[in-house]
Design a protein around this ligand. Structure first.
Ligand SMILES: Cc1cc2nc3c(=O)[nH]c(=O)nc-3n(C[C@H](O)[C@H](O)[C@H](O)COP(=O)(O)OP(=O)(O)OC[C@H]3O[C@@H](n4cnc5c(N)ncnc54)[C@H](O)[C@@H]3O)c2cc1C
Ligand SMILES: NC(=O)c1ccc[n+]([C@@H]2O[C@H](COP(=O)([O-])OP(=O)(O)OC[C@H]3O[C@@H](n4cnc5c(N)ncnc54)[C@H](OP(=O)(O)O)[C@@H]3O)[C@@H](O)[C@H]2O)c1
Length: 467
């Protein structure tokens, strides 16, 4: 296996190329003299491909692209993408504020083809602080077309941006089932790859009533013959509940709310995220309406569709019955009842979890300050709180729900977060950001933003990479 080593240290190395780091790359490109590179283990950008179900849309307006909410003049805006595709007029007449998910994916792929410094098929394995040279050493493996290791290498960077996203979550008790080869058991993230296998089953169960579960249930329902749907949709969530989408409610996804949230005590923050589940873990109104419409249409000539929709049900455990069936063990908390369900195929739309930072940063373990629950402390400007001996900054993008609130994964905050990171990194006001973004005043006294934190200005200037 060959080994490569980059020469001069980079100012910034990004790990992971999802929307979070792609936005940072797009907004960093116009900054003169900034030397940056980005590493992604997949061979190319593809945004949640297993869930690009025909016709599904983003849950945020198209203005929540990679750059516009920080800098509408950046060349990698969604509108500029449409201009390059000669599709501005069709888009204008379509009057759609919420783009198709497939279109957002195509737009991001277009950006990845334009931007320099993006390295796909590069998996970052470990990061260490090299105190002698005041840089981070990044060890990576270059992967071949089938994910096999082809070469190893090392890069050096003064600062890091970790944007490694989330990974599909399967409840512990159901994991052995997912290894079954004769029965389709899959996470919702892999839905489209297995849709035909699922539809061939006599009975299908979908578990989970977030947006993924709802979209998959609707898609399966539309594809089953009338009267012979043979579908179950079960979820632990107490109701098939609508996502909060009122205009003032959406102000929870503003920098103002993130700042307010950051200033709260840890236990209050944790309690809030749990209580705010309808802001981030529910189903949009259109999908709920479309499910009802489809069920209603199927009842027009009398009778009920053969579909069972039950919220408040937890799938406790499950086991195989022979080679073609699964038995699910169900708990209904409100009734205090237990039951069993036999099914021929199972979709686990049971959500995602943050990819842990620790496997990448074991050598920084001693230097990383943690909260009472052992999670990394994160500054308002998205820097990990590290021991003073480490003079480089490690920014995290979309790993900060516990410190910045429900907006952490939201595409509507991606460009603003990138701009905050770049202002901090350079110690300059590269991007002029609004002092205020919401009509709501969160709290009785205003929370200090990153641009108003004295520590930010001093630290940013001290480490300016481009002077
Ligand atoms: C199906 C789905 C739909 C969503 N739709 C919306 C929506 O409409 N609106 C909205 O606001 N939010 C939405 N979200 C939430 C969020 O915006 C997305 O999950 C978004 O993709 C997050 O971007 P990210 O860059 O943080 O992470 P990801 O998109 O997960 O990208 C992280 C990348 O890091 C790579 N990586 C991980 N480890 C390494 C490593 N060691 N070395 C190199 N590369 C690595 C991964 O391969 C991955 O490509 C959706 C989420 C899901 C799951
Ligand atoms: N159109 C789009 O743009 C789109 C599409 C898909 C996803 N998304 C976004 O992606 C994120 C993830 O959504 P998601 O739907 O994949 O996940 P999610 O919102 O986390 O929902 C997971 C669901 O699984 C349930 N669950 C977990 N374990 C269970 C068990 N053992 N038994 C029964 N039910 C169980 C959860 O119940 P509890 O509530 O009790 O935990 C919840 O209903 C969300 O922010 C969502 O908005 C967006």
């Amino acid at each position: 296996m060959t080994t490569t080593e980059t020469e001069a240290p980079l100012d910034l190395a990004g790990i992971g190329i999802g929307p979070a780091n792609l936005s940072l790359a797009a907004l960093s490109f116009p900054i003169p003299g900034l030397r940056a590179a980005w590493y992604e283990r997949r061979p190319e950008f593809h945004w949640h491909p297993g869930l690009l179900i025909e016709g599904t849309t983003l849950q945020v307006p198209f203005l929540a692209d990679l750059v516009t909410l920080a800098d509408p003049t950046n060349p990698w805006s969604f509108l500029n993408y449409l201009r390059h595709q000669q599709r501005l007029y069709p888009f204008y007449f379509a009057e759609r504020f919420h783009s198709h998910r497939a279109e957002y994916d195509a737009y991001c792929r277009w950006v990845t083809r334009q931007l320099p410094g993006l390295h796909f098929s590069h998996q970052v394995d470990a990061i260490r602080w090299n105190a002698d040279d005041a840089v981070f050493d990044l060890d990576f493996t270059r992967l071949g077309p089938h994910g096999e290791a082809e070469a190893v290498g090392r890069a050096h960077a003064r600062h890091l941006a970790i944007g490694i996203g989330t990974a599909p979550h399967i409840p512990e008790a159901l994991r052995p089932l997912a290894e079954t080869t004769t029965i389709p058991v899959l996470h919702s993230a892999d839905y489209l790859d297995h849709r035909d296998r699922l539809l061939a089953a006599e009975h299908i169960t979908v578990v989970g009533s977030g947006q993924s579960g709802a979209e998959i249930f609707l898609d399966l329902l539309r594809r089953r013959p009338e009267g012979r749907e043979r579908l179950h949709w079960l979820s632990r969530t107490p109701a098939f509940a609508p996502m909060e989408y009122s205009r003032l409610g959406l102000e929870h996804f503003t920098p103002d709310y993130s700042r307010y949230f950051h200033g709260l005590p840890e236990s209050t923050r944790d309690d809030l995220v749990r209580r705010q589940w309808q802001l981030h873990k529910a189903v949009d109104h259109e999908t709920l309406s479309a499910i009802h419409d489809e069920l209603y249409r199927r009842s027009l000539h009398g009778g009920w569709p053969d579909a069972v929709l039950t919220p408040g049900v937890s799938v406790r455990t499950a086991g195989r019955l022979g080679t073609t069936q699964i038995e699910l063990h169900l708990d209904h908390a409100e009734q205090g009842e237990r039951s069993r369900l036999t099914t021929g195929a199972l979709v686990l739309a049971t959500g995602y979890r943050d990819r842990p930072l620790d496997p990448l940063l074991p050598a920084l373990d001693q230097a990383l300050r943690r909260d009472a629950a052992g999670r990394p402390r994160i500054h308002p400007d998205y820097r990990l709180d590290l021991d003073q001996s480490i003079t480089g900054s490690v920014f995290v993008l979309n790993a900060e729900r516990h410190t910045h609130g429900v907006g952490a994964p939201d595409l509507g905050l991606v460009a603003h977060r990138s701009a905050v990171v770049l202002n901090t990194l350079t110690g300059e006001r590269c991007y002029s950001l609004p002092e205020r973004a919401a009509f709501t005043s969160f709290g009785l006294r205003p929370a200090a933003g990153p641009s108003r934190t004295p520590e930010f200005a001093a630290r940013g200037r001290g480490h300016s990479p481009i002077r």
